[in-house]
Design a protein around this ligand. Structure first.
Ligand code: BES
Ligand code: ZN
Ligand code: ZN
Length: 578
C-alpha cells in the first residue's frame, strides 16, 4: 500500500510504502515539529524499499495528530496510534496560588501565566469552569491544551506570600511547593507519561525536591514496576537551583533505598559496597571497608559483642571526603548506626512489625548518603563518615542479658537488654571519632522507640552539648522542612545509666522506660569528650505513612537533606571554625 502524509498546509512530506512505515514516519514527524529542523532518518531493520529519507521542517501549522490528513486509501489508524503514543510523552505541572480573597481569580506563577498566554487564556478559562478555587495540594488535569504538553496538571500552592512559619519551625512556602509538585508529578505518573516538565514556582530547588522525592518508590524487586517518569525544569531560568534540588532529593532517595531494601539484600558488606560504588567516581573520596579483624584490633568490644550473635560478619565503614581547599582542615565527622537487622537479640522483639527493623541502619544510610550528596555538590569542607555495620540476632553466640563488655575507651558496659544494641555500636564508633580532631561530631541513629513516643515523626530529636552546633542544625532544618527539636542531656539521666551493679555503665536506664530517648543519649555522652557533639535520634522519623505529603509510604531517609544543608552551612562558616 502506498500513501502520503500531508500536513494541513498541504505540504508533501514524504512518500510512504506501507502502514508500518507510515506509522514510523508519523512518530518521527511528531519529533520533528517538537524541535528539529531537517532530519535525515534511517529506517534500521524495518522492511522497506526506503532506507533513508529526509524530513524537512516547514513552518508548520499542525497542532496535533488530528491535523494530519491521509489519502482515503491509507488507513490512518496505525498513524494516529503511533502518533498518539508520542503525543502522550510529555506532561506539564504548573502551580497556582490560592487567591487573596474568597472567590477571587486564581493567581498563576510566572510559568503558569506564560502558559496561559500561550494558549490564549484557555487555562484560566478552564480552571474557572471546572470547580471551586484550587486548595493547597489539590489538582486539576487538562488535556489537549497545547501540542507540546498534551496533559497539564495544575496544583494548588496555597498562599503566595508563605515564608518561614515560626510556630511550625519551617519555611511553609518551600514545603507547599514540595508537596504540590510531588502530587502533580504523581498524577503524570498515573497517566503513564514518561516525561514531565515542572514549574519552578519561584523556588526551583524546592520544586525539584518535590518532584524527585515525590516520584521515588522502591520497586527494585517487583517484576511489574511503576512507569518511570523523568522530571525536568520547565523553562531555562533557575537551572542551577533545580539541579541542586535534584541532588539533595537523590541523596535522600539513596537513604530511602538502602533503608527500604530487605535485610537479606542489604547486609553489612552489601551496604558498604553500595556506598563505595556511589563514591567511586570522586577522586577526593577514600572509602575503607574495615573487616572484623580490624574491628578487633581497634578493641571495639561493645560493637563486636553485638555482631558476634549473627552469621553475617560485621563491617566498619570509614569514608574520607576531602572537599576543603586544605586537606588538613579539621573535618566534620558523621557517625551512623548501621544495624542492618535488629531482631532484638536474646531480648527478642515481638514478631509483629519486626520487618521494619531492616531500616535500623537508617543512621548509617542517612549520614553516608549525606556524604555522597556533599561530594556531588563538591562542598568545600572535609567530612569523615563512620558506620559500624552488623546484625543484632539471637544465637548461641549472642549477648545475654547481664553480660559485661568493654568498649574502646576501656569503659565496661552491662548489657541489661540486648535490644539496646545501637548504643553499643555507637559507643565504640564515637570513641574512634575522637581520632580526627573533628570540628564537630554528629551521629544519627534509629536509637529508641521512646523517641517515636516523644515526638512521633514531626522532628528528629537532637541531644547536643553545643549550642553552636544546635543553631546550625536547627537553621538548616527550617530550610529543608525536615525538622529537628532539641532534647535534654541532663545529669539527671546520666545518673540513671551510671548507677550500674556490675559495670561502669548500663545499656538501659534504671527506670527502664521513663525518658528512654534521654537515657540512651546520656549513655552515649559517656563516650564523648569532644566539645561539639550532637546525637540525632531518628527512630521517630524512620518511616512515613502519610505525614510528609511529598514522601510515599515507606522508609523516609530523613533527615538526609538536613544533614547536607548543615554541612553546606558549616562549609560557609569555615572562618569561624569551632
Ligand atoms: N532499633 C531500636 C529502636 C527503634 C524502635 C527504632 C522503633 C525505630 C523504631 C533499638 O535498638 C531498640 O530496640 N531500643 C529499645 C531500647 C530499650 C530496650 C531500652 C527500645 O526502644 O525499645
Ligand atoms: Zn534494638
Ligand atoms: Zn536497634
Amino acid at each position: 500500500m502506498t500513501g502520503k502524509i500531508l500536513c494541513k498546509t498541504g505540504a508533501d512530506l514524504v512518500n510512504a510504502t506501507d502502514p508500518e512505515l507510515v506509522k514510523f514516519i508519523g512518530e518521527i514527524y511528531y519529533g520533528l515539529f517538537r524541535g528539529g529542523k531537517i532530519r535525515q532518518c534511517g529506517l534500521g531493520g524495518r522492511r522497506s524499499k526506503f532506507t533513508r529519507f529526509f524530513l524537512i521542517s516547514l513552518s508548520l501549522s499542525c497542532q496535533s495528530a488530528h491535523h494530519l490528513q491521509f489519502p482515503t486509501h491509507v488507513s490512518s489508524d496505525s498513524v494516529t496510534k503511533g502518533l498518539q503514543d508520542k503525543l502522550n510523552t510529555q506532561g506539564l505541572v504548573l502551580g497556582v496560588y490560592s487567591s487573596e480573597k474568597d472567590g477571587g481569580a486564581a493567581q498563576f506563577t510566572s510559568a503558569g501565566d506564560a502558559f496561559d498566554t500561550l494558549v490564549s487564556g484557555k487555562l484560566r478559562e478552564l480552571l474557572t469552569l471546572c470547580g471551586p478555587p484550587l486548595k493547597k495540594g489539590k489538582t486539576r488535569i487538562f488535556h489537549g491544551l497545547h501540542q507540546d504538553f498534551p496533559s497539564v496538571v495544575v496544583v494548588g500552592l496555597g498562599k503566595k506570600n508563605a515564608g518561614v512559619n515560626d510556630q511550625e519551625n519551617w519555611n511553609e512556602g518551600k514545603e507547599n511547593i514540595r508537596a504540590a509538585i510531588a502530587v502533580g508529578c504523581r498524577q503524570i505518573q498515573d497517566l503513564e507519561i514518561p516525561c514531565v516538565e515542572v514549574d519552578p514556582c519561584g523556588d526551583a530547588q524546592s520544586a525539584a525536591e518535590g518532584a524527585v522525592l515525590g516520584l521515588h518508590e522502591y520497586n527494585e524487586l517487583k517484576q511489574k514496576k511503576k512507569p518511570i517518569v523523568t522530571p525536568q525544569l520547565h523553562g531555562s531560568a533557575e537551572s542551577k537551583a533545580w539541579q541542586k534540588g535534584v541532588t539533595y532529593a537523590e541523596g535522600q532517595n539513596l537513604a530511602r533505598y538502602l533503608m527500604e531494601a530487605p535485610a537479606n539484600y542489604i547486609t553489612p558488606i552489601k551496604f558498604a559496597e553500595q556506598i563505595e560504588q556511589k563514591l567511586r567516581s570522586f577522586s577526593n573520596v577514600k572509602v575503607h571497608i574495615r573487616p572484623e579483624s580490624w574491628i578487633t584490633t581497634e578493641q571495639m568490644g561493645a560493637f563486636l559483642s553485638v555482631a558476634k550473635g549473627s552469621a553475617e560478619p560485621p563491617i566498619f565503614l570509614e569514608i574520607h571526603y576531602l572537599g576543603a581547599a586544605n586537606t588538613n582542615d579539621s573535618p566534620l565527622v558523621f557517625v551512623g548506626k548501621g544495624v542492618t537487622f535488629d531482631s532484638g537479640g536474646i531480648s527478642l522483639k515481638p514478631s509483629s512489625g519486626m520487618d521494619a527493623m531492616r531500616a535500623d541502619m537508617g543512621g548509617a544510610a542517612t549520614v553516608c548518603s549525606a556524604i555522597v550528596t556533599a561530594a556531588a555538590l563538591n562542598l568545600p569542607l572535609n567530612i569523615i563518615g563512620l558506620a559500624p555495620l552488623c546484625e543484632n540476632m539471637p544465637s548461641g553466640k549472642a549477648n545475654k542479658p547481664g553480660d559485661v563488655v568493654r568498649a574502646k575507651n576501656g569503659k565496661t558496659i552491662q548489657v541489661d537488654n540486648t535490644d539496646a544494641e545501637g548504643r553499643l555500636l555507637l559507643a565504640d564508633a564515637l570513641c574512634y571519632a575522637h581520632n580526627f580532631n573533628a570540628r564537630a561530631i554528629v551521629n544519627a541513629a534509629t536509637l529508641t522507640g521512646a523517641m517515636d513516643v516523644a515526638l512521633g515523626s514531626a522532628a528528629t530529636g537532637v541531644f547536643t552539648n553545643s549550642s553552636w552546633l544546635w543553631t546550625h542544625l536547627y537553621e538548616a532544618s527550617i530550610l529543608t522542612g525536615d525538622r529537628v527539636w532539641r532534647m535534654p542531656l541532663f545529669e539527671h539521666y546520666t545518673k540513671q545509666v551510671t548507677d550500674c551493679p556490675l559495670a561502669d555503665v548500663s545499656n538501659v536506664g534504671k527506670y527502664s522506660r521513663a525518658g528512654g530517648a534521654c537515657t540512651a543519649a546520656a549513655f552515649l555522652k559517656e563516650f564523648v569528650t569532644a566539645p561539639h557533639w550532637a546525637h540525632l535520634d531518628i527512630a521517630g522519623v524512620m518511616s512515613n505513612k502519610d505525614e510528609v505529603p511529598y514522601l510515599r509510604k515507606g522508609m523516609a531517609g530523613r533527615p538526609t537533606r538536613t544533614l547536607v544543608e548543615f554541612a553546606a552551612r558549616l562549609s560557609r562558616d569555615s572562618h569561624n571554625a569551632k
